[in-house]
Design a protein. Structure first.
Length: 182
């Protein structure tokens, strides 16, 4: 069975994942306005995931949440410098300085099959390395005008194959794509 790398991310309509300072207050507000029962398929997505790979900035953002959202999932934080992992998370959170290709090779060799890639820069680097297989983008009905974009510069175009679009009464729109890795 082949390894599958997926991203599941929310953006503003104008393509930002956070404000310039990394703040996601707009996303937290939008999530609170949504029904407690509506998670946009996130729970089912997480059930399919073996491990999460995220960048340091995303890890630091997740640490500010009221509750650690990845209870029983192993998380690998990509970082160039050492970061301190609290004792409460040390059983499930590890760090890595490996390149994305080397890390995926290592995870594949130990039987990992489904990887959740999280964080803007991490998603970008996995796209550039032709490793990301699938991306689900949930568009939040807000315009920020400025912020941290989901996507950055590319060496060449990346063709996407549309899989599914789901609209929600609240104005959220979710689009799922396969990435052409050629």
């Amino acid at each position: 069975m082949a390894i599958k790398l997926s991203a599941f991310v929310a953006t503003s309509i104008d393509g930002f994942i956070a404000r310039k300072d990394g703040n996601i207050d707009w996303l937290n507000k939008a999530n609170k306005q949504e029904s407690e029962l509506q998670d946009f398929g996130y729970s089912n997505f997480m059930k399919s995931i073996d491990i999460i790979v995220m960048g340091r900035n995303t890890f630091e953002q997740v640490l500010t949440f009221d509750k650690w959202p990845f209870e029983k999932k192993e998380v690998i934080v990509l970082c160039s410098k050492n970061i301190k992992i609290s004792k409460t998370l040390s059983n499930t959170v590890k760090t890595s300085k490996e390149s994305s290709n080397n890390l995926i090779d290592m995870l594949s060799k130990i039987g990992i099959r489904n990887i959740y890639v999280d964080g803007g820069l991490t998603i970008q680097s996995f796209i550039l390395a032709h490793l990301l297989d699938e991306i689900t983008i949930t568009l939040v009905p807000i315009l920020l005008g400025d912020g941290i974009p989901l996507f950055g510069p590319l060496i060449k175009d990346v063709q996407l194959q549309h899989l599914k679009t789901t609209t929600f009464n609240s104005g959220f729109v979710q689009i799922k794509y396969l990435l052409n890795k050629n």
